[in-house]
Design a protein around this ligand. Structure first.
Ligand SMILES: C[S@@+](CC[C@H](N)C(=O)[O-])C[C@H]1O[C@@H](n2cnc3c(N)ncnc32)[C@H](O)[C@@H]1O
Length: 428
């Protein structure tokens, strides 16, 4: 195997075949994944909070700085705060930033109640408002019936007037999470697809029900943090690229993260409703840029740094060159992420990467083995590899055999995905 920077790297490929599932990392009996603010907003492939909790407890101590370079909806940051650890997250998706900001900003319950009653009274006076002063993106006409669009716009502009950032984010997240239910988007699908038979939920009723659930979660989070003296533990989330963050070198005690799957979820497509409503984007093309793991990178490179990665790419070239290039690009992006991880981590610090393998065009995409090699190539020492099974409810187990995207049973190309993943633990 290759070695750069004169770092000898150990061939650990056999370990992936030998290791058994560790039951203590499967959390089979966990009843709720919605504790604290975790349940604010749906997010594809989000972490199981108990998994992050166990990693935080095993690899960090109070006051440590924990980072997540693919923060998503902020599970690592929320758990860090619950455990009195400082945290820093980055994500390329502005919707992830909004959600994580709200989830890590507990609000005094009495303030939240007061703001909510204020919002409801403005809403009751304003319900017939016409959107004449604002220009909404024309794409929204495709997804919404006119009366629902009007109600959502009304809510949106009332929320925007809120001067307090935390309160505003709280209500924007509530609204964001009902946008799909209130649209014509096929409810069970992560693909943008109209359901001709759908009766969308009423935006006002859905919003109220969403806010009521979130208020309970905020209060529970607020009380826990106050009781433990963690309310002011800093937590920061930034819209940045995992390959080049603003974190200082040698500044982070531990990294707990889970990278995007290769060509499985198109986060830009999935979050387009929020992105159009909240004016984060003009078009999907621009929004997709920067995401790792997308099928739209149009990369031309077929060489990768890792030995296993190159094997995978070579197998794919025989099936489909475009897919081979996308996968090579994914591995090369991950190589750059590995480099950034090494830069920001303190010596002796741990990186914990939760990662699963997939199959594309009948070729096994051994992302976990490739990432283990990448970490070693950067100079990390792999100290543990844990295998866990994933409860089916947390991740779709059906994939389109051609595109590799998560799919449903009625797709004729569908294939069962083995619901297992690995936790790579490496030390600097
Ligand atoms: C598997 S999800 C992480 C979910 C997260 N663990 C959670 O609990 O919500 C992967 C994330 O990587 C983000 N991502 C993709 N490309 C990125 C990049 N270049 N830099 C930073 N984040 C990126 C996606 O937006 C997505 O939120």
């Amino acid at each position: 195997m290759n070695a750069i920077n004169n770092n000898p790297i150990t061939d650990i490929r056999h370990k992936f075949h030998e290791i058994q599932v560790s039951p203590e990392w499967c959390f089979k009996n966990v009843r709720s994944t919605e504790q604290w603010t975790h349940g604010y907003h749906r997010y594809p492939a989000k972490f199981l909070p108990n998994l992050v909790k166990k990693l935080i407890e095993n690899y960090t101590v109070e006051d440590d700085l924990v980072a997540d370079l693919f923060a998503g909806c902020g599970t690592t940051l929320v758990e860090a705060k619950v455990h009195g650890r400082k945290s820093f997250g980055v994500d390329i998706n502005p919707v992830a930033i909004l959600i994580t900001n709200a989830k890590t900003s507990p609000i005094k319950p009495e303030v939240l109640y007061a703001k909510y009653s204020q919002l409801l009274s403005i809403l009751s006076e304003n319900i017939e408002c016409k959107i004449t002063d604002h220009k909404l993106h024309e794409k929204l006409d495709y997804w919404y019936f006119p009366e629902d669009k009007l109600k959502i716009a009304n809510l949106y502009y009332i929320i925007l007037k809120e001067p307090d950032e935390s309160i505003k984010n709280f209500f924007l997240v509530a609204l964001s999470n009902i946008l799909k239910n209130c649209s014509k988007w096929l409810q069970s699908s992560t693909k943008p697809q109209i359901d001709q038979n759908k009766t969308p939920a009423d935006p006002i009723k859905a919003f109220k029900s969403q806010v009521n659930q979130m208020i309970k979660r905020n209060n529970q989070f607020f009380d826990h943090l106050t009781y433990n003296g963690f309310i002011n533990v800093p937590s920061e989330i930034k819209l940045e690229d995992a390959r080049k963050t603003s974190l200082n070198a040698n500044s982070v005690s531990a990294i707990i993260t889970s990278p995007p799957y290769v060509t499985s979820y198109e986060y830009a497509d999935i979050h387009q409703l929020t992105a159009y409503w909240y004016e984060y984007i003009n078009d999907l093309y621009g929004f997709r840029k920067g995401f790792i793991g997308t099928f739209y990178s149009l990369n031309q490179e077929l060489n990768t740094h890792s030995f296993t990665g190159q094997e995978v790419v070579n197998n794919l070239i025989e099936k489909d060159k475009r897919t081979a290039k996308e996968v090579a690009n994914y591995f090369n992006n991950m190589y750059d992420v590995g480099k950034e991880m090494y830069r920001i981590l303190k010596p002796e610090g741990h990186v914990c990467v939760v990662i699963g393998n997939t199959t594309l065009m009948n070729v096994k995409i051994k992302s976990s083995e490739v990432f283990a090699e990448i970490l070693q190539l950067q100079g990390f020492k792999i100290v543990d590899i844990i295998k866990r099974s994933i409860p089916n409810k947390l991740i779709p187990t059906i994939r389109d055999n051609i595109t590799g995207r998560f799919s449903n049973y009625d797709n004729k190309n569908s294939k069962l995905v083995y619901p297992e993943e690995y936790i790579l633990i490496a030390k600097k």
